[in-house]
Design a protein around this ligand. Structure first.
Ligand code: EPU
Length: 428
């Protein structure tokens, strides 16, 4: 599968963003904590990882159905199986949350070591250590995570060695059903963690402090279904803003929570963009020439690691040298060689991409290595002269729904597998 992109058009118009993938993966898993009633999740994005996670829940005994295009109903009173299907679970990172879920619901779990983007070693030691602190035994065997807590989990105070997004979610899920109070210290602070906390509170647990590095969870012995709307995807929004910037255009992202993008917006202003913030929208007007800037990725509220490749693609045409330091994942640079094929001057020195801005990029056949690296190549292609073919679209589509449709809506010339989409008259 590939995108064919003819660059050189300044993007103009508005796009709406989907529900946040990384929030949805956590909340869909947590929904199966409820022994009573049904949960309805609104604004669920339709990615393969989400559909695979739904399959896993079904295999455990939950009833999971889309009752509308973006509304997922989950009824989990009959969870009977403690073993997640290996081939499904190994495909996605979010399947680790099934361990927290099953430990809390069944006192036992067997889930394949997860896959996900190849952006670093991605160990799960913080997850396992946390489960142990909650009273479980957790270990790796034959490619799977095994865990058991025959006497149930008990609340405790625990320090997460690294402010891991996934470990914080997994431990919040595990600690919400059962007895006792858990304090998570050094918790991750991403908006998706707050979304999960609100959801767990809706199920009947008491969760305080989400969004800070100390989260307090009072488990409840029974949880019940609830209706919840997934927050908008700040990473998708940031990608469209950066695409607009790289193309020299003027774009608006709608249906966002602007505060979630504060650090990203600060960088956009630093490169010279004009931003207009609405209550749920951000409009970006590109400068004539982009200024070079330095960026360091950090856990939230720092600059998100997921937008590192997209911002490097935009800075490839800036005026001067930008340094983009990656501090979260050690192997986020797989996209760099492909960007260089397009005429970008990017050199990686240890954890830093040194980006020497060039006046022009030129289209080339390139391959997406992962979700965000793929998004970076698409952004570079929009800014490049001539035609680019981005293969490996299946990776990009793990994090962007209808990317070609939305870009065409902004006036870009993009087709997927040779099927052209009308690009005129669709901007809204
Ligand atoms: N880490 C450990 N031990 C652990 C857990 C993590 O050393 O037990 C390390 C990782 O190796 C990494 C760092 O801590 O170097 C951060 O990892 P984290 O656990 O925070 O990330 P994650 O849960 O694996 C999620 C998202 C990623 C996103 C990161 C950071 C999902 C499914 N994945 O990964 O999303 O980049 O948080 O915000 O939610 C993407 O959407 O493209 C994506 C990769």
């Amino acid at each position: 599968m590939h995108f064919t992109i003819t660059g050189g058009t300044k993007l103009r118009g508005s796009v709406s963003v989907n529900g946040a993938k990384n929030s949805a993966l956590a909340i869909i898993s947590a929904a199966a904590l409820a022994q009573d009633g049904a949960t309805y999740l609104e604004n669920v994005p339709l990615y393969t990882d989400i559909l695979d996670l739904c399959e896993i829940l079904r295999a455990l005994g939950a009833e999971v159905t889309f009752v509308d295009r973006r509304v997922l109903k989950i009824e989990a009173k009959n969870i009977t199986n403690c073993v997640a299907p290996y081939e499904k679970a190994r495909k996605l990172r979010g399947s680790t949350y099934i361990v927290g879920l099953l430990l809390a619901r069944m006192g036992k779990a067997e889930v394949a070591m997860p896959g996900g983007c190849d952006i670093g070693a991605r160990p799960i030691d913080c997850h396992l250590k946390g489960f142990e602190a909650l009273g479980a035994r957790a270990w790796l065997e034959h490619g799977s995570i095994l865990a058991e807590a025959p006497g149930g989990l008990r609340g405790t105070d625990l320090f997460i060695d690294r402010a891991s997004f996934g470990a914080t979610i997994n431990l919040m899920i595990a600690a919400s059903l059962g007895h006792g109070t858990t304090h998570l210290e050094n918790a991750a602070r991403e908006p998706e963690i707050v979304d999960l906390a609100n959801f767990l509170t809706g199920l009947g647990a008491t969760v305080r402090g989400a969004g800070t590095s100390t989260i307090r969870i009072e488990g409840s012995r029974r949880l019940h279904g609830v209706r919840h709307e997934i927050i908008p995807d700040r990473l998708e929004a940031g990608t469209y803003l950066l695409a607009g910037l790289a193309s020299g255009g003027e774009v608006e992202v709608k249906g966002v929570i602007p505060e979630h993008l504060a650090t990203v917006c600060a960088k956009l202003v630093e490169v010279g963009a004009d931003l207009e913030m609405g209550p749920d929208s951000i409009r970006l007007k590109s400068p004539q020439t982009l200024a070079a800037v330095d960026v360091q990725t950090q856990p939230h509220p720092g600059f998100p690691t997921d937008l590192h490749p997209p911002i490097v693609a935009a800075l490839a045409r800036a005026n001067g040298i930008s340094l983009v330091q990656e501090t979260v994942f050690e192997n986020r640079f797989n996209y760099v060689n492909e960007l260089v094929r397009m005429g970008a001057s990017v050199r990686v020195d240890r954890d830093t991409a040194i980006v020497r801005g060039q006046p022009r990029l030129s289209g080339a056949p390139v391959e997406a290595p992962d979700i965000r690296g793929g998004a970076a190549l698409v952004i570079a292609a929009l800014a490049a002269e001539g035609q680019t073919t981005v293969s490996g679209v299946q990776y990009v589509e793990r994090g962007y729904e209808d990317l070609e449709g939305k870009l065409c809506q902004l006036g870009a010339e993009v087709s997927r597998d040779g099927h052209a989409l009308a690009s005129e008259g669709q901007a809204s």
